[in-house]
Design a protein around this ligand. Structure first.
Ligand code: B12
Ligand code: SF4
Length: 365
């Protein structure tokens, strides 16, 4: 099965950073975490491609390759989501939409084959079943009443991303919020009971994947391919020869990362030429330190920060439970804002609010 995951384009907006991203050589601020989390839930034997329309265009041959298209995103992306649906349907590839916008406003996506509401963990069979039915009209897969445990959230498939196109990367720690700010859809999508990942899951995402030796060494290769040679071709002093031998002993023989070290050296020599080997050695040495430092010093700090965060979330939920009589319970920040603005939460219904907001998001017409 070939599944094409398409992240729709953001229009130029306040949070799009379209006017400044190019200054730092990037095309989008963050990658589509929802879609590459869904990717990690799909059967292992499927072939996946992810196209982010904020980085480039959707090509006809990508669509022709696909047996199904999976797309979705925020309300601000509705127009682009609808275009993806139209292009998929034009060549008769079944298309499913999911994520915040289809969850909160399924009526906007009637042209899709399947509208998938809610979180995807533990529900991929439902999605596949709905797509296989090839329904005549749009089939809405409703979200169940309960939310999945965060231990069911896999490490997202970051390997599908063109990482160099993004300014930063995001990690999700929790879902759900005990408060009830009037403008916010988080409680609608994820419920009011906070759920958190286990520290090991977050560490897995951060360290085992993002700062893993494989990733670090592939970044060295990318760097060597783009940056010109800056140093002499040969070790010239006795001191340097000594350093090279010590490096070979520590990184190339004793380190558990020796496989990556030798692979880098061979590839640097064969593909980039001798002039790059010295740079490769320097980066491998730096990498040993960075990887060790991350494991020995950063991981414990992340663990204790996560434990603190978990306690804060528990406290917030407890405060909220003790004060349930107030149906408009707001976060401390939102209550302060409201007090300052000297206004009370409005009694507008959520659908009305959403329409107004959608209009605002889309612009003046
Ligand atoms: C990161 C983020 C951003 C980033 C976007 C980065 C990016 N490339 O995605 C930034 C900072 C740019 C951003 C901005 C905005 N955001 Co924002 N953002 C978030 C945030 C905090 C996390 C999103 C995320 O990554 N979640 C993690 C993933 C794993 O969850 P998920 O996407 O929901 O995916 C799960 C399911 O939905 C489902 N799923 C997702 N996609 C698909 C696809 C298919 C096919 C299927 C089957 C399932 C599926 O499966 C996933 C796993 O269970 C959410 C709040 C939240 N906690 O989710 C708000 C949120 C998505 N943002 C929101 C809004 C309103 C905005 C803004 C419009 C705010 C504004 N007024 O300016 C702007 C618009 C963006 C822009 N460019 O102008 C709303 C969306 C409301 C809606 N119904 O669409 C949310 C829900 C926050 C809120 N308070 O209501 N945002
Ligand atoms: S504190 Fe308010 S704005 Fe923040 S997630 Fe909770 S309900 Fe939404």
């Amino acid at each position: 099965m070939n599944a094409l995951l398409v992240y729709p384009r953001f229009p130029v907006t306040y949070w799009g950073f379209q006017y400044t991203l190019r200054l730092i050589g990037k095309r989008a601020s963050l990658p589509p975490l929802g879609l590459f989390t869904v990717a990690a839930l799909l059967p292992d034997h499927w072939r996946l491609r992810l196209v982010d329309l904020n980085l480039g265009d959707l090509r006809d041959d990508d669509l022709q390759w696909a047996d199904m298209v999976l797309t979705g995103g925020l309300l601000i992306q509705v127009e682009s989501i609808q275009q993806v649906i139209a292009r998929s349907r034009a060549i008769k590839v079944p298309v499913a939409v999911g994520g915040p916008a289809p969850t909160t406003s399924p009526e906007l996506f009637r042209d899709a084959d399947v509208v998938f509401r809610g979180e995807a963990e533990g529900r991929v069979d439902e999605l596949v079943h709905a797509l296989n039915q090839r329904p005549e009209s749009c089939h809405v897969v409703e979200a169940p009443a309960s939310h999945p445990n965060m231990t069911a959230v896999p490490v997202p498939r970051c390997d599908l991303l063109a990482l160099s196109g993004y300014a930063s990367l995001n990690v999700q720690y929790s879902r759900g919020c005990p408060f009830q700010c009037e403008f916010c859809d988080i409680i609608e999508i994820f419920g009011r009971k906070p759920r958190v990942k286990k520290p090991e899951q977050v560490i897995d995402e951060l360290v085992e994947w993002l700062y893993s030796p494989a990733e670090y060494y592939s970044r060295i290769e990318a760097f060597l391919s783009r940056v010109g040679s800056v140093s002499a071709t040969r070790a010239s002093t006795l001191g340097e020869v000594g350093a090279l031998l010590r490096t070979i002993w520590h990184v190339g023989v004793r380190s558990p990362r020796r496989r990556f070290y030798w692979r880098l050296m061979v590839r640097a020599l064969l593909l980039r030429g001798r002039s790059k080997v010295r740079q490769a050695v320097v980066h491998a040495v730096q990498g040993e330190h960075l990887i060790m430092y991350t494991r020995e010093h950063v991981v414990p700090r992340i663990e204790s920060a996560l434990a603190e965060l978990q306690n804060e979330i528990k406290d917030a939920s407890r405060t909220f439970r003790n004060d349930r009589k107030d149906p408009q319970q707001l976060s401390p920040l939102a209550s302060r804002e409201l007090r300052l603005a000297n206004k009370r939460p409005t009694a507008r219904s959520r659908p009305q609010t959403k329409r107004v907001r959608l209009r605002l998001l889309r612009g003046p017409n």
